[in-house]
Design a protein around this ligand. Structure first.
Ligand code: CP
Length: 328
């Protein structure tokens, strides 16, 4: 008889492969660690297919989400993931907390530690903030997005979604279109996709390309730059439209939103340059009609909703692996 006590098929034991007490980015993840996340996610999906979608694997653990920026998908999926694994989950929205009275990040983290947090999932507008947090607390820190820098759990759910459809990454052409400069999702995906063996083409206006990446000899052998969207999409297997981060634009980077739409919007006509079975991804939230046409966002090649659904299972897998690697 199946009981809620079991995770079947048994998730692999992470001890020999997994090297992280925190999840700060995927730049230091090995291919084996990413494959462990895939296998564990598969086991979590099996749990989520049951009538009672819960196992007590994290009973006794406390997870706190600490968000200094808005979020829908990341925060809710971590909270659902924690509850599905039997953990105690609590959330703190910085603007509605003592941060508004001037409490520092370190004091806030010390307070969460004193309240018994085992895992703190944090989003912060400053790049690097989770790295500072990781120095000050015993709890595992999970970076849920820091400034322009990294969004590792988003990249892992993107990778898992691609893996579900395409299997192997070797030789896949993945095209990332849009606001690369301000995109923590793009940075983490570049690391993850290339670690798994995919070729990555970045497509954006020159002003939205991070410094150094436009140089002929940048440090990513599997990454190329193509400013022309039609050429970039030729033969693509995976197309990821990135949100134009209107809140982070500085003056002068874009002549106008209308020109950006004309030159870089992912339309049905442009998508036809990709392979017929190409996947369309978007991390969300989507600016429909700006970086992606509505017909593409809701079209047959779109896996945007699958990404959101997979976010819960991937985050369950990450919490399970992290908790398993913590000292008891
Ligand atoms: N993709 C993503 O990070 O979405 P949220 O801002 O809604 O969490």
């Amino acid at each position: 008889m199946r009981t809620t006590q079991q995770i079947k098929p048994m998730a692999p034991k992470p001890t020999s492969i997994w090297q992280h007490h925190h999840i700060l980015d995927v730049d230091d993840f090995t291919r084996e660690e990413i494959e462990l996340v895939f296998q564990t996610t598969q086991a979590m999906k099996e749990v989520l297919s049951r009538p009672i979608k819960r196992v007590p694997a994290l009973r006794g653990k406390t997870l706190i989400t600490l968000f200094y920026e808005p979020s829908t998908r990341t925060r809710l999926s971590f909270e659902l993931a924690a509850k599905n694994l039997g953990a105690d989950a609590a959330s703190l929205s910085a603007p509605a907390s003592s941060v508004a009275k001037g409490e520092s990040l370190i004091d806030t983290l010390s307070t969460l530690q004193a309240l018994g947090a085992d895992i703190v999932v944090m989003r912060h507008p400053q790049s690097g903030a989770p790295y500072i947090a990781a120095k000050y607390v015993e709890a595992s820190i999970v970076n849920a997005g820091d400034g322009w820098h990294a969004h590792p759990t988003q990249a892992l759910l993107d990778l898992y979604t691609i893996h579900e459809h395409k299997g192997n990454f070797k030789g896949l052409k993945a095209v990332l279109i849009g606001d690369i400069t301000h995109s923590r999702v793009a940075r983490s995906n570049i690391w993850g996709l290339t670690t798994m063996g995919a070729e990555v083409t970045l497509c954006c206006p020159p002003t939205l390309l991070p410094a150094g990446l436009g140089e002929q000899h940048h440090h990513f052998p599997l990454v190329s730059i193509e400013h022309d969207i039609e050429l970039a999409l030729d033969g693509a297997d995976v197309v990821m439209a990135l949100r134009l981060q209107l809140e982070r634009q500085q003056s002068g980077l874009l002549p106008s939103i209308r020109e950006y739409i004309q030159l870089y919007q992912l339309t049905e006509a442009r998508l036809a340059r990709a392979k017929p079975d190409a996947l369309v991804l978007h991390p969300g939230p989507v600016n429909e009609g700006i970086e992606i046409a509505s017909a593409v966002a809701h079209g047959p090649q779109s896996v945007i909703n699958e990404q959101v659904t997979n976010g819960v299972a991937v985050r369950m897998a990450l919490l399970y692996i992290l908790a398993g690697s913590q000292k008891q």
